[in-house]
Write a protein that binds this ligand. Sequence first.
Ligand SMILES: [Zn+2]
Length: 249
Amino acid sequence: MKETLPLKIFNDDEFGPIKVFLSRCHNVAYGVTIDGEVFVKVPFVGRRSFLSDIANINEDMRLKLRKIINRQTLKKKEQEAVAAPAVYDENTVIDIWGLQLKIIRGNKQLTQLVGNEIRIQLLPDDNILAPDIQSRIKNVIVASMKIKSRKELPVWLDRLARQHGFTYTGVSINSAQSRWGSCSYLKHINLSFYLLLLPQHLIEYVLLHELCHTVEMNHGPRFYALLNSVCGGHAEDYRQEMKKYRTNL
Ligand SMILES: [Zn+2]
């Protein structure tokens, strides 16, 4: 999204600095960012008269804004709980599609992926909490996720496509953090390796979502009807559940 500069900023006793933006709508519209900051959009036409008004937010609007802010705060906390930056140590249990982390000590530093086991060997006096060791562990987990997703996601996608009669031209696994998957107009499907952070039924939901785009390229009613039919009527539940997850390690 493009960062637009505010027209002005005014200070509210309750909500703090409030940025004012110009908009093409006809009415003044208040809103709250994901970080809980209140902003207001003012119609371009007649902006001068609106500007003198907006500094006095009425009680009705205050009530609404408080509710939105509470909801946003809750949502953010939920997301942070899921995406909590982990500190890795010998006791860390990772929950990534069967991958297990095993940190051991030995006479040289080693990393190996043996089946589902990510083996990391540190030197006896390596400080596991040191930033370089922490980022090394994280990198090894990421690399293992990439290997596993390249091996398993295309097979899974293919199985679902056959099962539901979809055709696509190819599949790639990427490191996208902004989206779980996408489908080009040439019906090439891209999947993010971060999908492995989701529970299996949601991974399947994303795969089916992208497969449905091979038939319906938009997110219109026909798309959702199709998606819902291949999801056994659970598309909306899954869509809601997806909101808990982020592409974060
Ligand atoms: Zn889509």
